[in-house]
Design a protein around this ligand. Structure first.
Ligand code: GLU
Length: 314
């Protein structure tokens, strides 16, 4: 097993991020596998100076170590997405050469206005406005590049936690963006490229990304990733506030650093997290990361519902 933790350096590590990191790390370590840390900093306006270093410190304090990553190095370096642009360029060129992309100068407002059906969450179905427009035309703005999603793109996979997941990508999201008009690569493309080229065997991440996985699998297929090199997935539930709010979206959400400053040990944080989320059986009061790996339950028995943060942590 080879897993990765892929934080965006937009602030300090919060409890939800720590849980994904622990689950991902323990899954690899339980089988003597390897771990990769990857910094996802392509959304530059959201990047907070110093956050990457602080996240790395918090992970180390929790007892998680990485076989490959920034500062450690490895066969697949660099492990910082902002330093991997030439690879993303090359993959976009491959898709382009295969006739699988087109420029789109729709504005977000236009896109939402003509969307044929609203969908839950943040996704909207792109109605294909620019799909058949001439490539050489006067653009209203610097165009985004979209993937020409093949008709009948039904993607299915067996999630280790959630079981079988299916999505008709063409019907649910349509031709999605690979690179924004301002040149910034889309999350879907860079993650598909990185997870496959870094030879990740299992992606463990929060289930708010469950609906993105079919797009990433589609891209890997179109980029010619052999079936045996496509990762497996384990989508874990969100850690939420007692009110049900998503922690990641709340200013001042509980961070590992704030718990640590209140005097909690890493074992006192990992214990309740690992128990609450079903990584381990029984009721041990505190646990080290290593103890979680030694006692790790199979992902099919991990918790699926959102986990409310213990009241004393808020
Ligand atoms: N960088 C993303 C985040 O921090 C995670 C992406 C992923 O795990 O695929 O939300």
């Amino acid at each position: 097993m080879r897993t990765r933790f892929a934080p965006s350096p937009t602030g300090d590590l919060h409890v939800g991020g720590a849980w994904t990191a622990i689950a991902s790390w323990a899954l690899a370590r339980a089988s003597g596998g390897s771990t990769v840390l990857r910094v996802e900093d392509i959304d530059t306006p959201r990047v907070v100076h110093g956050a990457s270093r602080r996240i790395a410190e918090d992970l180390a304090w929790l007892g998680l170590d990485w076989d490959e990553g920034p500062g450690v190095g490895g066969l697949h370096a660099p492990y910082i997405q902002s330093e991997r642009a030439s690879l993303y360029d090359a993959k976009l060129t491959e898709l382009d050469a295969a006739g699988l992309t087109y420029p789109c100068d729709c504005s977000r407002a236009e896109i939402s206005r003509v969307a044929s059906a609203p969908h839950a969450g943040e996704e909207i179905l792109y109605p294909g406005t620019c799909r058949d427009a001439p490539r050489e035309r006067e653009m209203k703005r610097a165009p985004a590049i979209r993937l020409r999603v093949p008709h009948g793109s039904k993607l299915a996979f067996e999630d280790l936690v959630r079981g079988r997941i299916e999505q008709h990508v063409d019907e649910r999201v349509g031709d999605f963006v690979l690179r924004r008009g301002d040149g910034v690569y889309a999350y879907q493309l860079v993650v598909a490229v990185d997870d496959s080229t870094m030879r990740i065997s299992h992606v463990v991440r929060a289930d708010d990304l469950l609906a993105s996985t079919p797009r990433q699998l589609l891209l890997m297929g179109l980029l010619g990733v052999p079936a045996g090199e496509v990762p497996g997935y384990a989508h874990v539930p969100m850690v939420v506030a007692a009110t049900g709010d998503r922690l990641a979206k709340r200013v001042g959400s509980t961070t590992i650093r704030s718990l640590r400053e209140r005097g909690l040990s890493s074992e006192e944080i990992i214990g309740p997290l690992a128990r609450g989320l079903g990584l381990v059986a029984g009721d041990p009061p505190s646990l080290s990361a290593r103890e979680v790996a030694l006692a790790l339950q199979p992902p099919s028995t991990w918790r699926q519902a959102p986990w409310p943060l213990p009241a004393e942590w808020t």
